[in-house]
Design a protein around this ligand. Sequence first.
Ligand SMILES: Nc1ncnc2c1ncn2[C@@H]1O[C@H](COP(=O)(O)OP(=O)(O)OP(=O)(O)O)[C@@H](O)[C@H]1O
Ligand SMILES: [Mg+2]
Length: 383
Amino acid sequence: MSPHNIISEIEGLGDKTAKKLIWNARTALGMTEFITAGDIDENTEYITTGSSELNRILGGGFQTGKLTEVYGPFKSGKTNLAHTIAVTIQLPRKQGGLGSAVAYIDTENTFSKEKIKRIAKRFELDPKKVLSQIFHARIYSSDHQSQMIQKAETLCKTRNVRLIVVDSLMALMRVEYVGIGMLARRQGVLNNMIHGLSRIAETYNCAILLTNQVSTKMMGMFSANDAIGGNIVAHGCHFRVMFKTKGFSSNNSLKRRAVIVDAPDLPPEEAEFYITSVGIADTEKGDVPETKGLDFEVETLFEEEGEVQEDGITTDATDSEEYTLIDVKGIGDGTAKNLAKNGIVSVEDLLNTDPETFASKISGISSKMINEWQMNARTLLNA
Ligand SMILES: Nc1ncnc2c1ncn2[C@@H]1O[C@H](COP(=O)(O)OP(=O)(O)OP(=O)(O)O)[C@@H](O)[C@H]1O
Ligand SMILES: [Mg+2]
């Protein structure tokens, strides 16, 4: 199922041999015969998302064998969905899971073990066991991302992985390939990733979640959010779901809306769901059952996270962090927001950041600036 040019590049295999090998392999697998439509194997399985409404508009849950793109603005719940299904897939089939493992490709450094533990507890699973079935890779470049997508296939073969999460698909590419001149190359890399994932989805009947950011387009007086990545992502994904934060009475609401934007066999429906401390749910308060034997305090963990404000900057910090980012000389409101978007939400985060690596990811912020902020942060803490 690999494209011809990839096989022919293998040393010692010319163009002809590659072609012959591929054709013979297809014949061996019975792929060179037409079958009647009645014999098509439709073995789609469904993973519960934690919200029955969201399951409903998805046609029964998050589907295997297909690529699903979930796009939406900052804090719309994409990472929360990724965490939730990384747990629910481990449930037995009767409870909405597949009893399977997960490969989690994390390009934004937003994976949280604590969140996973809380969600596990909600579904009455052993947090430790759940963590052991999530294979996590922190990604630093788009090339690294391609490599780990390929590696994830091995996990499907050997570790019963039936869900691959890429959170998020475009974040690194967006900063690595800047400007129109780089577009063709970027789309080439993207095309390979999408194709590779598509093939894995089909071969292993694996579910794939790709989260994506949006860019805002102005159309006269109105603005609209559109997923980034262009046609390759749009056409390459079987399901496209948009998450929305706007349109609710309170800005601090954790209510979100999901819209089916494109799906071969689903109506363009909308659903409302909530982000809770225990993942995606139907109500504001995720239900946490009183399970004995799991020595795990949900309340304390929730408190530890602090209160996340509208702009995503943690304010109600733990004792060691009495200052917020805007207290650091040189960091204004806008910069703090920009940093928060990229995973630096506290002074402590700032101090733990490697300036070179971080600067290479974010346009407009140089390693020199970060060095200076770190120095100012140290001065602030010492004072
Ligand atoms: N413990 C919690 N309880 C309730 N809500 C939470 C909790 N933790 C995070 N949230 C909320 O979840 C939202 C963030 O959601 P999430 O990280 O899934 O967004 P996202 O769509 O992945 O955003 P981004 O594009 O920045 O990656 C924030 O609005 C935050 O207030
Ligand atoms: Mg996210």
